[in-house]
Design a protein around this ligand. Structure first.
Ligand SMILES: *[C@@H]1O[C@H](CO)[C@@H](O)[C@H](O)[C@H]1NC(C)=O
Length: 387
């Protein structure tokens, strides 16, 4: 009896430790490490017949050409010039490291296509610093509410706010960590369309220049223009300020250190209220359909090399670092490798139309991939805007 008991407790202990390992890896997987940009010679020889590389080479090109050739194509396509030979050589090393990284991403994310993008000469930390910019949420702003639970039984199988005219063209945040402002503005543009029937492009620069909304509990955790911010804080600012101006009245410069030029007489859309949606994909879908495009946070590590397709990485950190706009979902992204259809989210990004699928990202749906369910907010616009 005693022996059986100790055997059982041993078994229990074993099970507990195994599940603990799983639980911790679920939350703490750090997929990316800074690529070592020094030892890149070994890749040179393995490139040539790599399918990943082939797909970034136009038809009719010689596929056996090496990294140098791909770098030349990259520089031409994205209009890159470097001031010095030293800078050029350094960027070439980074580029080669990113080719290896794209290859790793391709293995981890076989449904999507990864390869050379406009970010291929940036290290992961340069990419994070200049093209992301969502800070961590600590406390919600005082006026944030919890979204009421909505019925989910009659949701359409496919849904896309772009087809209904609620989404402005893809914008470009440039080299400025202002993603949060694009995400918040996109949500208000959609809400304003639902409230007024008019699609008006609104000003991100107003948020970059004027929104210094802070976490009430954390000293220094404030919206900070190109140095990052948070969508819910942006809604709080907009609620207090009275609204946002039109894009054309307060155009985007992608630069900090400008004084606030907000003109209250030119408000084009106002916030009625905003809410945070629970971590449940059906609730997210129901809120999307009912309230318009949603502001969401995601982990953007796979987005540096993403070209097209439904991104569905086997492992992806849930550490949120990028703010984007959820505009719809689809039920049948074709997945040749897994031989089945993958439901996905349709996400509007703010890196211009040349990134991803004409500026959009498809991320698979169903299990909080890259943290997409973790920080979702919705905003309602006032019925009658001041203009
Ligand atoms: C938010 O505002 C909208 C539009 O005015 C309104 O219909 C809705 O009931 C409000 N929601 C909450 C939770 O107050």
């Amino acid at each position: 009896m005693g022996r059986l008991f100790s055997f059982l407790s041993l078994l229990l202990l074993l099970l507990l430790s195994v599940s603990a390992v799983f639980a911790s890896s679920e939350f703490e997987i750090i997929v990316e490490v800074e690529p070592s940009i020094v030892s890149s010679d070994e890749v040179e020889s393995t490139y040539s017949d790599d399918p990943l590389i082939r797909q970034v080479v136009p038809d009719g090109e010689d596929h056996t050409l090496g990294a140098e050739h791909h770098f030349t194509l990259f520089k031409t396509k994205y209009g890159r010039t470097y001031a010095t030979q030293e800078e050029h050589d350094y960027r070439f090393k980074v580029f080669k490291a990113n080719l290896r990284r794209a290859k790793r991403h391709q293995k981890l994310d076989p449904i999507a296509v990864h390869g050379v993008t406009q970010f291929s000469d940036l290290t992961p930390s340069e990419f994070r610093r200049n093209y992301l910019g969502m800070r961590k949420r600590l406390r919600l702003p005082v006026d944030a509410q919890e979204a009421p639970i909505l019925p989910t039984n009659d949701l359409p199988a496919d849904f896309d706010w772009r087809e209904k005219g609620a989404v402005t063209p893809v914008k470009n945040q440039g080299s400025c960590g202002s993603c949060w402002s694009f995400s918040a503005v996109g949500a208000l543009e959609g809400a304003n369309y639902l409230a007024t029937g008019e699609l008006v492009s609104l000003s991100e620069q107003q948020l970059v220049d004027c929104d210094h909304e802070c976490d009430p509990e954390e000293y220094g955790a404030c919206d900070a223009g190109c140095n990052g911010g948070l969508m819910t804080s942006a809604f709080e600012y907009t609620l207090k300020a009275g609204g946002l101006m039109r894009e054309e009245d307060y155009p985007y410069t992608g630069k900090d250190r400008k004084s606030c030029k907000f003109d209250q007489s030119k408000i084009a859309a106002s916030v009625a209220n905003f809410s945070v949606i629970s971590l449940d994909e059906d609730q997210i879908a129901a809120n999307l359909v009912k309230n318009g495009p949603l502001a969401v946070g995601i982990n953007a590590v796979f987005m540096q090399t993403y070209m097209h397709g439904v991104s569905c990485p086997y492992i992806c950190s849930k550490r949120l670092d990028h703010g984007v706009l959820l505009v719809g979902y689809g039920s049948a992204g074709y997945a040749p490798i897994r031989l089945k259809n993958k439901p996905y989210w349709i996400i509007k990004n703010s890196w211009g139309e040349n990134w991803g699928e004409n500026g959009y990202y498809k991320l698979c749906r169903g299990h909080n991939v890259c943290g997409v369910d973790s920080m979702v907010s919705t905003v309602s616009a006032m019925q009658t805007a001041a203009l």
